[in-house]
Design a protein. Sequence first.
Length: 269
Amino acid sequence: MRNPLQLVLDFLSPAPAAEVPPTRQSSGPTLTHPRANRETVLEGMRVSYLFQRVRRRSIGFVVGPDGLEVRAPKWVTLKEVELGLQERGEWVLRKWAEVQERQKNIRQIEWADGASLEYLGSAIHLRLSPEVGRSELHDGSELRLALPLNAEASQIRDAVQAWLMREARELFEMRLNFFAPQMGVQWRKLSLSNAGSRWGSARIDGAIRLNWRLIHLKPEAIDYVVVHELAHLREMNHSPAFWKVVAEILPDHVERRKALQKENLANWA
């Protein structure tokens, strides 16, 4: 019988097996997810994490900028979840250290006229243009925003996000429709997310969720995430069969995946 605690991670390398250490109380450093609903102690560190019951075949562990997220099917007990966490405590803390190191290099976007940000892997510049009726990209490098010259930073940020989300939805739907027939699957619904630690997710009913901030990345990275999630409509796991489905469409998926892991998106605060 397959171990129900097999690690399933989106875009992250699998954790090595480890002996189960005893749970310890901690008064030292903590790792806290902003929406945490459960707590444990891993390798002496108090960890408050987001736990969710989802439709999947095994427990999934994801470490991102917000912290640790754990997803498990309904039939897995909380005791088994805790066992899985203790088995992978060292891995969780190592990944968290890597995330924090990457966060140090994240650029803060300046929400002002003339500022720049990434769009499909290339820099575009923001231009306040009260004369235009709707925000639009000009000459492929200048985003003209339909805002007054004295617009506040929050107005600029919201206008840019609205434009990027429109572009993201249009592009994502186009790529889903391009790849789905090749893979023999049919997606039903697309939702945009702003998750801090996941680029995308898929449900067995054909519902796809993609992080709209993928629009900052190169088309090759976007296509990898799209194909990855569509492949889950055939294999709801990360088994060899799943990766075979991905490889049939993207023979260079390993390189694309590694490149995606190194991406540092600018801070939208």
